[in-house]
Design a protein around this ligand. Sequence first.
Ligand SMILES: Cc1cc2nc3c(=O)[nH]c(=O)nc-3n(C[C@H](O)[C@H](O)[C@H](O)COP(=O)(O)OP(=O)(O)OC[C@H]3O[C@@H](n4cnc5c(N)ncnc54)[C@H](O)[C@@H]3O)c2cc1C
Length: 655
Amino acid sequence: MSVVTEKSLQCELLVAGGGLSGVCCALAAARLGTKVILVQDRPVLGGNASSEIRMHVVGATGLHAGLPLELEPREGGLIEEIRLEFAVRNPQRSPAVADLILYEFCRAEPNLTLLLNTTVVAARVADGRIVDVTAERPSTEDRFTIAATMFADCTGDGRLGAEAGAPCLRGREGRDAFGEPLAPPQGDTKTLGSTILFQARRHDRPMPFVAPPWVRKFTASDFKLRPFGKSGSDLGLEYGYWWIEWGGCLDSIKDGERIRDELLGITLGVWNHIKNESGLDVAHWALDWIGFVPGKRESRRFLGQHVLTENDVLGSRPFADAIAFGGWPIDTHPPEGVDAPGEAPCTQHHVPWLYDLPLRSCVASTLRNLFFAGRNISATHLAFASTRVMATCAAMGQGVGTAAALALRAGVAPAEIAGDAALVGRIQQQLLRDDAYLLGVPNRDDADLARRAVVTASSAQPGGEPALVVSGQTRAVHGPAPAAGNAAAGPANHWEDVLKALDSGPSRPHYTVAPPDRARPGMHRWLSDPAGGLPAWLELRWAELVAVREVGLIFDTGLHRFLTLSQADGYTRRMHWGEPQPETVRDYCLEVETAAAPGEWRAVHTERGNYQRRRVHRFVAAGAPALAGIRALRLVVTATNGLDHARVCEVRVYA
Ligand SMILES: Cc1cc2nc3c(=O)[nH]c(=O)nc-3n(C[C@H](O)[C@H](O)[C@H](O)COP(=O)(O)OP(=O)(O)OC[C@H]3O[C@@H](n4cnc5c(N)ncnc54)[C@H](O)[C@@H]3O)c2cc1C
């Protein structure tokens, strides 16, 4: 008899895969009241961003980030909450502390059950729906049967969907398959390769490195397009090299063990070359860590209700069912990786406009209750080459989790959501309320009492008038107008240009801005006048008395900058790391004026030490709004984390 214990579990949404797409999907749904089980096969969360792999998170900030008060492409919502938490609570940039913070996010949600070390291995389908999945946890000798109403495959490799028979795309599509100009004339099965990162540290005495006999032998000519061992972004020795890439000509799933072994030999071979052959002054440097889990870039992509293409991305095609946005370049790599030393390790096709990610690219075409989010969404190889970056994956994870929660409430299956315009509208409005950004979609929430208030302030700067806290948008995205011709497929940057751009700023900046018809220019926030000093107040006054159950605030966190946990020193120097963002309001108080005491302000909440962008304060007693008979509400800002004036992007008020 087997020692395995069979267990049955049930939930509303099962999320398979605890990378950033799965974590954000599970958190979004759980926070909206959905009973969620998150199944993650590794002991830690974060996927390629976890301590096991250590890749930093990028997204629509692209290579050049944005411009203060003009272009703020960094994603909002859950991934911003996570990034800010990492930045403040992990100044030491410990990968393990980041794991812990992600774990803490999940543990904090009463609706979320987290199963670590547990792998989804099978799915049972009946009448076009997934009924349940089988998941195994060898460490406890348990096998789970998990039934759910909806399923989200965020596994990267698409194991859940593949087990359920969802059709997939693999490799590179030929030009005619989807009419993509950048595609090769003929398709093939090749993918982006995998990578093992390493970290090295400088010591106070020489540290020898003796290479094992099985390492790859390299010569200087192998690195003529792959510079290393210099100061600057992506070049130092402290974070390894993403271009140590291999395995794109094999099957990244079935050949995974062979790819790991070869990559260990390649990675140590590069290190051996650096230490013992390059002539660099690296005697005091020693390996501190080397990954044993290869970072996998590409495997299955599902065929969903819509296949996102290069043309959708470069043309910023508007989608009525948008749930997230992207902006990273179309970033292709030679599948041969280091075996193609004569080819640049990446080619970055600039994306001129921020672009929509439609829900339909995250919904199965043949199964009624399957979503996907992350690198396995329904996209061609070229569109995936942009959407795959982790902040974009996280934003779509939040979009899918939100869609699932609201569809469950409405009793609508994932396959039917896109055809239900009213439901799509509610999903988008919920996403905005939770600080996601959707191109050109303003806050239209009739329940938001702030939209009916007259907004005034103690002072304001031109362009930063108080009424902008109810403009319906919470960031600037208009940016500088792209250069003429930029709207077409932009120029391709090879690796040398990318390095130049990272180190010294681009000679010709490639900003990725919102398309003009959906840009809604402006700063979209209140800026108090520095001459007025602090405290500064913002007031919302209603013509009629209102009850208040919830006040939602969006503060400025400098979304024009890079912000990510990175082991690369040069990259980190471009951020405000280890501290709150200077724009963010730190100390504030919420005050109300009631009908009973006109002209008197009563403090109902005081906050000290804030560093988050989105804050929600609830005032509920016995299930009803605790604040009644309210004439006006004031936000009094007493301190920021650095600036000499207050900035507030949005105030929402709900009864
Ligand atoms: C070397 C490298 C460099 C990259 N550079 C960057 C970069 O600089 N910035 C950036 O943002 N992105 C980068 N990317 C891309 C990015 O890391 C991936 O596209 C991204 O991680 C995809 O997110 P995901 O959540 O879909 O998958 P993942 O991060 O892979 O997460 C999926 C999770 O699901 C788990 N899982 C798999 N199968 C199962 C199963 N059957 N049951 C339960 N759990 C399962 C996996 O263990 C994993 O933890 C890079 C990728 C690589 C490999």
